[in-house]
Ligand binder design. Structure first.
Ligand code: SAM
Length: 220
């Protein structure tokens, strides 16, 4: 992390969804920038930073030690939430992984359906797979936003379990609750349109979906 409290725009957007005073668990933390930032800025009193791999975890440990936060941030080797107990974290951040991996981590967590837990999710790829999983398994999107960092557009979703099983239109898996009036949200959806157009070369169904998404974004 450069400077005292610098966080790139993508992780900053994740941080915006973390509830003040909550205990976060950052799953797949790697360098542990996010939990360090959350504790340093006073938003969270303590945090868990976990990773499935020892090397990223030791990078995280170094960041935590350098920040003088070893008494507040616990580093833990864990596949998803396997080693994180239900009462240990309120807000669970899973950022920088593919949509399928994020869906699997949630699916494997025995307490994901505890309505008090919030998941802050930032899929690097296949956000539509993650959104479909969430819809089909009773999770609702509380808030969603996008940002541009290093000329790439990212989305972050804040979700919790509500039990509402939505038989949603496939279009929703691409739009989530993004606002077509918002330029950054539109840019994120444009990325989906481009990928759908490429896929349409092998399957015309994707062209129809891309058309609908274009219509949703409007002619601006
Ligand atoms: C690209 S890094 C993302 C780091 C940070 N979360 C971010 O968004 O900048 C992905 C990290 O997720 C970890 N990871 C992958 N699968 C995981 C799993 N099932 N459970 C925990 N960590 C995982 C990897 O070891 C890696 O350190």
């Amino acid at each position: 992390m450069s400077g005292e409290l610098q966080l790139d725009k993508r992780l900053r957007l994740c941080a915006e969804f973390v509830r003040r005073g909550s205990i976060p668990a950052d799953i797949g933390t790697d360098h542990a920038y996010l939990p360090v930032w959350l504790c340093r800025s006073g938003i969270c009193p303590s945090a868990i930073a976990s990773d499935i791999n020892p090397d990223p975890l030791s990078r995280g440990r170094q960041t935590v030690e350098n920040a003088g936060l070893s008494d507040k941030i616990e580093l833990r080797l864990s596949d998803g939430l396997r080693e994180i107990k239900e009462n240990e974290a309120d807000d669970i951040i899973i950022a920088g992984m593919g949509g399928e991996t994020i869906a699997k981590i949630i699916g494997d967590c025995p307490y994901a359906k505890n309505r008090g837990k919030r998941f802050i999710l930032q899929p690097m790829t296949r956000s539509e797979v993650l959104t479909e999983y969430l819809c089909e398994n009773g999770f609702s999107i509380i808030a969603q936003d996008c940002c541009v960092a290093s000329n790439k557009c990212y989305t972050v979703m804040c979700v919790n379990f509500t039990g509402d099983i939505k038989n949603t239109d496939e279009l929703f898996y691409y739009t989530g609750i993004l606002n077509p009036e918002n330029e950054t949200h539109r840019r994120f959806m444009q990325g989906h349109i481009e990928r759908l157009r490429k896929k349409a070369k092998g399957d015309a169904r994707f062209d129809a979906l891309a058309d609908r998404l274009e219509e949703y974004c409007g002619d601006r």
